[in-house]
Write a protein that binds this ligand. Structure first.
Ligand code: ARG
Length: 613
């Protein structure tokens, strides 16, 4: 298995970057296997240094390994283990590691060799920014956005859309085959309710629908009647049955309602540049539900409880919250639709990974769904990654759930429009309107507005709540999209100032060799090392699905670049004439590489990189 992975990796070597952490880890693992064969079942860990003075990376495994030795009945001090690990490093490691130091109880500080950094940098420049190799291509399904038809798409759905889109982009970037599914709430009693109300209040319902805002008002009214008027409730239930039987008038009305809702959703997806999102809501799984319940019967996980059919997730009665698969009136539920969807995704779509970007409030539901499926023998979590990618709430300034002043849910369309307005104001404050052409200004305005909204979301630890604040997300000095977009355009303009054409620069990059890159200034080296973290950052995000690590990396990169540029001129000009006397090619190529890494990051975050701002 391992050999196959290695072969595949070397076959791909041009297509991928290798993370330095992985290279170092392999050295230390090899050393462990030879110095302590009795511990070869243990793995060593290498992490980035916490402080520059401690070197570039560190291996802190000696302490844990000493504990493992103790388990085997041997007393070995961590420091001794660290010494042996260093002593037994394979010969080839000397091409990568300049020196190591053992600090404190047994921390191993690792300093990289400049010649190695240079050769890796050369590969980055000549071959471009590439993803790390993460294994063979996988079929990944991302359940994302998933608003409810005829209802307002709220900020929770905005988070799901932004996070889901970014995770999809990441999975595509590393080479997976991604299917983005919009699991719309488009089926159920509420439509019987709404249609019943429309029949009275909007007689044209068979041929046309009011716009979404009116539809939502109708929805609210129908809900009120449903909760207070027994007669209405009865009719609503009858009409759900008619809709489920696809009786023409009811089905057509439902289609129209969906159509009207999509118009509103699609506008938002267009703003946010969300592409290839496949609408496959609860209604899609209707016909599969009966069969799914029967399958669960056969799997032996269902039981009858007071007229309902339920399933205990672990198979153990009383453990956790049971799923309700069939209600006592014979109807199916949200649980049933998610079991049917999971089954379809596993067995029809043959997904290897299924990621559900849904707010954390639904974690009990998803735990129960996944657990039940495992108990039923549908999949083995060691082979398939079926995971709830949960996220926290969006809060207002008052630290309470984000609402309008009157207490209503915030309309996303209005929110995005306000973003546009505010970004326009911000750019005008910075006099961008006098520098840019109208088209450039428009591009900058949109990239800033939507970029800032996305970035504010993605840069927070997704499982935490965060406060939505336009002022903060449009602060061009903070950790924001506008700051990064400015940093990016600045690098592009530095490159442009060399007066070299795009083709000339490409040629320089393609022909770069380690010898032609006289990189020796400490800030050049620091920038080079930082750029080479790209594959390790991608690996981390890929493993944890925590996109904020990528945001932190880009933000830090902008800082490291600034420090580099303060001291290292790219273009040297004649003081009196202003004429270019020298272009430092190696620095120019460092600028290019930085911009390219940033751009690759923007692509994953869904930010629009613009050359002029
Ligand atoms: N429509 C649901 C809601 O708005 C979210 C659906 C999430 N996806 C799923 N497979 N249940 O809360």
């Amino acid at each position: 298995h391992l050999q196959r992975a290695i072969n595949e990796q070397s076959k791909n070597s041009g297509k991928n970057m290798t993370s330095l952490i992985k290279i170092l880890k392999n050295f230390f693992q090899e050393s462990l296997n030879s110095s302590y064969p009795q511990l070869s079942h243990c793995t060593v860990d290498v992490t980035p240094s916490t402080k520059i003075t401690f070197g570039d990376y560190q291996c802190n495994s000696a302490m844990a390994l000493s504990g493992e030795m103790k388990k085997l009945g041997a007393k070995t001090a961590p420091r001794e283990i660290a010494q042996n690990l260093v002593a037994k490093l394979p010969l080839s490691s000397s091409e990568v590691i300049e020196k190591t130091e053992i600090a404190g109880p047994g921390f191993i500080n690792i300093h990289l060799k400049n010649s190695f950094v240079l050769s890796e940098l050369t590969a980055l420049i000549t071959k471009g920014v590439r993803p790390p190799y993460v294994g063979p291509t996988k079929r990944v399904i991302v359940d994302m956005s998933s608003p409810n038809i005829a209802k307002e798409m709220h900020v929770g759905h905005l988070r799901s859309t932004i996070i889901g889109d970014s995770i999809s982009r990441l999975c595509s970037y590393v080479g997976h085959d991604v299917l983005k599914l919009n699991h719309l709430g488009d089926w159920g009693t509420q439509f019987g309710m709404l249609i019943t109300h429309l029949i009275e209040k909007f007689p044209n319902y068979k041929t046309e629908m009011p716009p979404i805002s009116d539809l939502m008002e109708f929805y609210r009214e129908s809900k009120k009647r449903f909760d207070s008027d027994e007669e209405f409730k009865k009719t609503a239930y009858q009409n759900v049955v008619r809709l489920q039987a696809k009786e023409e008038d009811y089905y057509k009305a439902w289609l129209l309602i969906c159509h009207e809702s999509f118009k509103a959703f699609n506008k938002i997806y267009k703003y946010l540049d969300v592409q290839n999102l496949v609408n496959r809501g609860e209604s899609f799984y209707q016909d599969l539900m009966k069969d799914t319940v029967e399958m669960l019967d056969r799997n032996g996980v269902t039981e009858i409880d007071e007229g309902r059919k339920i399933a205990w997730p672990t198979g153990e009665k009383g453990q956790g919250v049971p799923l309700t698969l069939v209600k006592s009136d014979g109807g199916f539920t949200y649980d049933t639709s998610d079991m049917a969807a999971l089954r379809h995704r596993l067995f029809e779509e043959k997904a290897d990974w299924i990621l559900y970007c849904v707010d954390q409030g639904q974690s009990t539901h998803f735990d129960a769904i996944y657990q039940t499926a495992q108990t039923a023998g549908w999949y083995d979590p060691k082979e398939k990654r079926v995971e709830h990618v949960g996220f926290g709430l969006v809060l207002g300034d008052d630290k309470k759930k984000f609402k309008t002043r009157s207490g209503d849910t915030v309309r996303l369309q209005e929110l995005l429009d306000e973003g546009l307005m505010r970004s326009e104001k911000k750019l005008k404050e910075n006099n961008r309107d006098s520098v840019l052409t109208p088209e450039e200004f428009k591009a900058a305005k949109e990239a800033t507005a939507f970029g800032c909204i996305k970035y504010a979301d993605l840069s927070h630890v997704r499982t935490h709540d965060y406060v939505f604040s336009f002022d903060r997300m449009l602060d061009d000095k903070g950790n924001t999209a506008i700051y990064l977009l400015y940093a990016y355009t600045r690098i592009r303009s530095i490159v442009k100032n060399t007066n070299l054409s795009k083709e000339e620069i490409e040629k320089l990059a393609a022909n770069a060799t380690a010898e032609s890159l006289p990189i020796d200034h400490p800030r050049e080296i620091r920038l080079a090392k930082f750029l080479l973290k790209w594959p390790e950052v991608i690996e981390t995000v890929y493993k944890t699905l925590m996109v904020n690590s990528l945001c932190e990396f880009l933000y830090e990169l902008a800082g490291v670049f600034t420090e580099f540029y303060e001291k290292c001129y790219v273009v040297e000009k004649d003081r009196t004439t202003g004429e270019i006397v020298k272009v430092n090619t190696h620095r120019l190529l460092l600028c290019e590489a930085t911009a390219n890494v940033m751009r690759a990051g923007f692509d994953i975050l869904g930010l629009q990189a613009i050359d002029k701002m």
